[in-house]
Each structure stands twice: as structure tokens, then as C-alpha cells.
Design a binder for this molecule. Structure first.
Ligand SMILES: O=P(O)(O)OC[C@H]1O[C@H](OP(=O)(O)OP(=O)(O)O)[C@H](O)[C@@H]1O
Ligand SMILES: Nc1ncnc2[nH]cnc12
Length: 202
């Protein structure tokens, strides 16, 4: 009789029992069920994806935090950058769970120290974001976490800031990617072969 031991490396989905795909689909279904469509917010024609029901559900929020923390580990991040404001809510607990530091990227004018700034366009307006100039160190591997990837403008601006701050991009992770806006396409060059992870794509 031959005894065998399966490790995560034996399975294409990273789990010894091959249950990863089913678990990912279960997570996706749970998360999607807690995101509410709000038509015409904040402008006519925009279908707003409201994550507040998800945040109010401890099991769903906990599962999301675990999934994002796993991505921190998988992509060997040593810092998490969260994007104001909804990105903060997802990124901060994931960083704590992964045992790494959290760095905020804020809307312009909010951070008290010396900053680097980047202007960008949103699905419904324009904005500028900033990071503390000394928040990251050369060699830091940074995972950017946000709730929604729409046009990709916010994430692209954050990647520019992180590189200007001297750090490396470990990847970008979002809860929800709006595929029809092709933020992924816009981000391609800025990612420079770093991964873009979306837990859900619609
Ligand atoms: O891919 P994009 O087209 O850039 O859009 C995505 C961004 O838009 C939303 O932020 P918003 O600026 O509305 O702010 P909030 O998180 O403060 O609500 C969302 O949280 C993302 O950060
Ligand atoms: N449609 C949308 N829903 C929620 N957040 C967004 N950020 C940009 N577009 C969005």
C-alpha cells in the first residue's frame, strides 16, 4: 500500500482537496447577495453598487476579510494601501488579519504631513488623491485594496503614487469589478504585470 500526501501545490486551485473553486464560488455568491444595486446614484445613469448590506453582515464581512488577507499572503505583500473611503473599510481589517501595516491613500487635503498627489477621473467626476510621502519604504511590496473597480482611474492613480513613493506593486485587489467599464484594460500598463484580483466581476 502506498500512502500519499496531497499538498496545496498538487491542486490547481491551491487546496489539497480541490475544493477551492467551490469555496470561491460560494464566497462569490454570498458577497454578491449582500451588494445592492441602487439606480441613478449619485447621478442619473449610474448603477451604484452599495456594499453597506455586506458590511452589516458579520459573516459576509468576515469572509471577505479572510479572502483579502489571503491575497496579501499569496502576493507576499508587506503593506496594504487602502483607498478612501470605502477601500479603508475593507483594507484595514485585511491588513490586521494578514499581520501587515495599513497605509491610507486619501482624498486631497486630508493628510497632515508632506504628501504626493495625483489627479484622476472617476465614472462620475474628477478627484485627487494623496499619500504621505514617507508612508512607504523602498522595497515595500504593496497590495492596493478597494471596494469597486469601475473605470480604473482611482486604482491607476494609486499605483502611480505608490511607485512615486518608492515602493513596489504586489497587486490590486477589489471586491467588485465592473467589467463593462474596462478598468482592467486601463490598469494594464500601470500594473506592469502585477496581478489584479477581483473577488466578483459583473
Ligand atoms: O475605478 P474608478 O472609476 O476610479 O471608481 C472606483 C472608485 O470609486 C469609488 O470611490 P469614490 O471616489 O466614489 O469614493 P468613496 O469611496 O469615498 O465613496 C470606489 O470606492 C472606488 O474607489
Ligand atoms: N457604480 C459604482 N458603484 C459603486 N461605487 C462606484 N465607484 C465607481 N463607480 C461605482
Amino acid at each position: 500500500m502506498t500512502e500519499t500526501t496531497k499538498t496545496a501545490a498538487d491542486s490547481p486551485d491551491g487546496r489539497p482537496d480541490g475544493s477551492g473553486a467551490a469555496a470561491a464560488e460560494e464566497l462569490r455568491t454570498l458577497l454578491l447577495s449582500r451588494i445592492q444595486d441602487v439606480p441613478d446614484h449619485p447621478r442619473p445613469g449610474v448603477m451604484f453598487k452599495d456594499i453597506t448590506p455586506l458590511l452589516a453582515d458579520a459573516a459576509a464581512f468576515g469572509a471577505l476579510t479572510e479572502a483579502l488577507a489571503e491575497l496579501c499572503v499569496r502576493h507576499r505583500a508587506d503593506k496594504v494601501v487602502g483607498l478612501e473611503a470605502r477601500g479603508f473599510i475593507l483594507a484595514a481589517p485585511a491588513a490586521v488579519r494578514a499581520g501587515i501595516g495599513f497605509v491610507p491613500v486619501r482624498k486631497a487635503g486630508k493628510l497632515p504631513g508632506a504628501t504626493l498627489g495625483q489627479a484622476y477621473e472617476l465614472e462620475y467626476g474628477t478627484a485627487e488623491i494623496e499619500i504621505h510621502a514617507d508612508a512607504l519604504e523602498p522595497g515595500d511590496r504593496v497590495l492596493v485594496i478597494d471596494d469597486v473597480l469601475a473605470t480604473g482611474g482611482t486604482a491607476e492613480a494609486s499605483l502611480r503614487l505608490i511607485r512615486r513613493a518608492g515602493a513596489q506593486i504586489a497587486g490590486v485587489a477589489v471586491l467588485l469589478e465592473l467589467g463593462f467599464l474596462d478598468g482592467r484594460g486601463r490598469l494594464l500598463a500601470a500594473l506592469d504585470s502585477a496581478p489584479l484580483e477581483a473577488l466578483i466581476t459583473v
